[in-house]
Write a new protein. Structure first.
Lengths: 617, 263
């Protein structure tokens, strides 16, 4: 992100209600810390024997304390000490903890382990206990309290830092820096700290709020600030003795603690938004104009298992919509094997997520119509008909297989139970019957010893087995369509073969159609009979595999894509044909629906004619 | 002739019953100026072998030597020599520090090389070097000011290659560097590697599970399976007339464009 982008993010984070409140709150706190004792200092220490423990009145809005001093003035004056102590203790805990927590990632292993062991040991004790013990050790008073609370914060912060640092330390750029010979200090200061700084700062402001309460608690116990000095905690301590007589004296410092705590937390939230720890998007984007599709589509293949018309998907950006899918229309016939290829970001996965109605808020999904299995499931910007009926239809007739089976299966549940779930959720089976069916299906997708495998957890299965278990899950219903999104990309070639074989067998035996998304041209042309090519949110080519392989692709992008795939026969002495970075292909609907559907009808008619001739011969 | 030589390298993790040997006594030679492909399925130990050469993990036994100098546990001059072996990683989303501009990443690498060679550098010299490095990976010099978030996957891999080049490497270990890229971008990265190698003469260990990419780029191929070397030799021999069943199995499983997978 550029410097301009940074300022933009800060501005938009500050211009939210939370951001403005945080800013105003910080201004008030700053004012009180600097000027509180100057303005109210004298009044707050002036005792008045004539007005002891008075209830709130016009001259004393929160009454007076046992010494006849004005509680409001004392609360304002105490702000400096209370806030500064909280900040000092947080700074100590946060900086110390961050240093201690980051060291293990650059120190030699035994030393790092020793530090972590110490931190974990300290964490085993409750924070309050550490605070009380330390404050007894350091003695009463401001300094003692700051050290006690600062040191009590430290272990938790060290732990957080080491966890964050470990996640950064395992990344490739740190390994690359090590290989280059970057020094330990350089690694810590340039790579690890900057990458964990944002969450640490966010946590630090929340910690400051917590420290404020901790000081109040400590002073309340009589261990913190001692007379004649006073902070909010000390005032709470004194006020609570008379809570039933004069509640206002305890209320004023109580409100001060709560409000400052909230201000610190809001500051943290604002920083989180500005630094991107919390992701935000504007909810005031201009309306998006739906994509029009040509009117010729009154002639439709109503027998198709899937009909998508004018599908548009957009993601909200900071100031405008990013259109990911720009008016896509296509059919998948019953029992057809269709491939959808394109680069990452071309919108191919998005299209399928929208069909399965998995593209959720904040994405904007609109379509003239999506029909599945003879029923309209989406129209305009919302699912058509009752959500229940649509979800039931999708649950039983549509199967999804994703790229990473480790993340699409729940790691904490048994495989069999997960495969069985659609059976009792949508299929009306008892849990027992669903489990039995699941075991049978696991066997059907070539998983050996399905009884035992069903009782195992996903991590105990190999990648190929997990992917086949996903297929089995899809078979719990009676799928008319299987959408497979890069089903074999994460797998080795030999395992890839097994998974594709199972998928093909399912297609043959159940007659279900398959819509396969992949960037692997070889897999797509080997598996599918028709290929659609997506480019920048549009389908630019819709062609039979035969024609594609024969070199009859019409769109230059398709031809370029095909040429860019290396094979075992690629000539080594010439450079690989490539698609240059940022090379622009025409995305105009030159191959718009009218053409594509006309061409398909034509080729079907040809085929019919040939078959008829064949029958005559 | 200089070479990076792996001799009976064994790498294992854990102890006792949980001990897992990732690389089993693998011997392999990467001659200077040549490219050697290392193929095998996930878990075959390809990456581990490369990581051992650059000190990211430690072999239990065996030796890894550059021009006869042992690189395992290298100190002093041997360590400086080991920095002549550089590695480029697979994942374009994590190969660059997201908080560092392209220029800053390259400066870091340039300064590390200056320290290694005990030569002072100047700010002007470094910025000239950055421009040169970016040019050699075919990126405009204006990219130096950009952050990785603003670059495409292919561009990030180019920057990662430029960072490795800053160390003036004698050998580059490329670990699946094209696997996560779109097909259309893979080709351009492979072309770049070929050109750079012709220009600078480094030896290349190209780790990949993509046999077609290895076939295109490499002079020699070594096949690994569960940490053991199955077969090694000239690319044409190993990939066209394999001697081992496992290699044949691997080759047979590769889908080919236009060949129906199921009759």
């Amino acid at each position: 992100m550029s410097a301009a982008g940074m300022t933009g993010r800060w501005r938009s984070a500050l211009l939210t209600p939370t951001g403005l409140a945080a800013l105003a709150g910080m201004a008030v706190l700053l004012f009180l810390v600097v000027l509180g004792p100057v303005i109210w200092g004298d009044i707050s220490t002036t005792t008045n024997p004539a007005a002891l423990s008075q209830k709130p009145s016009a001259t004393h809005p929160f009454g007076t304390d046992a010494g006849g001093r004005d509680v409001f003035a004392r609360t304002m004056t105490a702000a400096r000490l209370s806030v500064l102590m909280a900040l000092a203790a947080s700074a100590m805990g946060v900086l110390g903890g961050a240093l201690l927590g980051a060291l293990p990632s650059v120190l030699p292993r035994p030393l790092g382990r020793a530090i972590l062991a110490g931190v974990n040991f300290a964490l085993a004790f409750p924070g309050l206990l550490i605070t009380v013990v330390l404050s007894v050790v350091f003695g009463q008073g401001v300094l003692g309290a700051v050290f006690a609370i600062g040191l009590a914060i430290l272990p938790a912060y060290a732990r957080l830092t080491s966890t964050l640092a470990a996640s950064v330390g395992g990344r490739d750029f740190v390994a690359a820096a090590r290989v280059l010979g970057v020094s330990r200090a350089g690694m810590l200061l340039r790579h690890i700290m900057p990458n964990i700084a944002a969450p640490l700062i966010v946590n630090a402001s929340v910690t400051a709020g917590g420290a404020l309460t901790a000081f109040a608690g400590l002073s309340y116990l009589g261990l913190g600030v001692q007379q004649p000095e006073f902070d909010w905690g000390r005032m709470l301590n004194e006020g609570l003795l008379k809570i039933f007589v004069n509640p206002a004296t305890a209320l004023a410092p109580g409100i001060a603690v709560v409000v400052s705590g909230i201000i610190f937390t809001m500051v943290g939230e604002t920083i989180a938004r500005a630094t991107g720890v919390t992701r935000t998007f504007s909810d005031k984007l201009p309306r998006l104009r739906p994509r029009e599709i040509s009117a010729v589509l009154t002639i439709e293949d109503n027998n198709a298992v899937l009909q998508v018309r004018g599908l548009q998907i957009a993601a909200p950006g900071r100031s405008r919509w990013a259109e990911l899918v720009r008016g896509v229309s296509f059919d998948v016939g019953r029992g057809e094997l269709v491939g959808l290829v394109g680069e990452s970001g071309s919108g191919k996965s998005m299209t399928c997520m929208a069909v399965a109605q998995l593209a959720d808020h904040p994405l904007h999904v609109s379509a003239q119509s999506i029909r599945f299995d003879g029923q309209e499931i989406y129209r305009g910007t919302a699912p058509a008909g009752s959500r229940r009926a649509v979800s039931r239809l999708l649950g039983t007739r549509l199967a999804m297989v994703f790229q990473d089976p480790m993340s699409s299966l729940n790691p904490s549940l048994r495989v069999g139970g997960q495969v069985a779930e659609p059976g009792f959720l949508h299929g009306g089976l008892s849990r027992r019957a669903a489990w039995h069916k699941a075991v049978r299906l696991l066997g059907q997708v070539q998983i050996a010893d399905p009884e035992r495998r069903a009782k195992q957890h996903p991590h105990e299965l190999s990648g190929g087995m997990r992917q086949r278990a996903m297929i089995a899950m899809g078979l719990m219903g009676n799928p008319a369509l299987i959408i497979a999104d890069e089903p074999t990309t994460a797998l080795d070639v030999t395992v890839q073969r097994e998974v594709l074989t199972v998928l093909h067998r399912v297609h043959r035996e159940t007659g279900s159609a398959v819509l396969m998304i992949s960037h692997d041209m070889a897999v797509i042309t080997g598996f599918c009979t028709r290929v659609m090519v997506m480019y920048r949110g549009r389908i630019v080519e819709d062609i039979s595999t035969e024609d594609l392989v024969a070199g009859n692709a019409r769109h230059p992008y398709t031809r370029a894509l095909l040429a860019a795939v290396p094979t075992l026969e690629t000539e080594r002495s010439v450079p690989m044909p490539t698609i240059a970075d940022g090379e622009d292909f025409d995305t105009d609907l030159r191959f718009d629906l009218e053409h594509r559907f006309a061409a398909r009808r034509q080729s079907t008619a040809d085929k019919d004619a040939i078959e008829r001739e064949g029958a005559h011969a | 002739m200089s070479a990076l030589v792996f001799d009976k390298v064994r790498v294992s993790f854990g102890h006792g019953a949980r001990k897992f040997t990732a690389v089993h006594d693998v011997s392999l030679r990467v001659p200077a100026g040549r490219s050697v492909g290392l193929v095998g399925e996930s878990g075959s130990g390809k990456s581990t072998l490369a990581r051992a050469a650059v000190g990211l993990c430690e072999p239990r036994s065996g030796s890894i030597a550059l021009n006869g100098t042992e690189l395992v546990n290298a100190r002093g001059r041997a360590l400086a020599l080991r920095r002549r072996v550089q590695m480029v990683f697979q994942d374009p989303s994590s190969c660059l520090d997201p908080r560092m501009s392209v220029g800053a990443s390259l400066v870091e690498a340039i300064r590390a090389a200056e320290r290694r060679d005990r030569r002072p550098g100047t700010v002007a010299g470094r910025s000239a070097q950055i421009a040169g490095l970016l040019e050699s990976v075919q990126l405009p010099s204006a990219k130096a000011a950009e952050y990785p978030g603003a670059l495409s996957g292919g561009q990030r891999q180019r920057v990662a290659i430029a960072r490795a080049l800053a160390a003036e490497p004698a050998f580059i270990l490329a670990d699946e560097i094209t696997s996560a890229l779109d097909v259309s971008v893979q080709g351009s990265v492979m072309n770049l590697l070929k050109e750079l190698q012709a220009e600078r003469g480094f030896g290349l260990l190209f780790i990949s599970h993509n046999l077609a990419a290895v076939h295109y780029l490499c002079d020699d191929v070594a096949v690994l399976r569960t940490g053991r070397l199955v077969e090694a030799g000239a690319t044409a021999d190993v990939l066209h007339t394999p001697k081992q069943d496992y290699t044949r199995e691997l080759l047979a499983a590769v889908p080919r464009i236009g060949e129906p997978l199921f009759a």
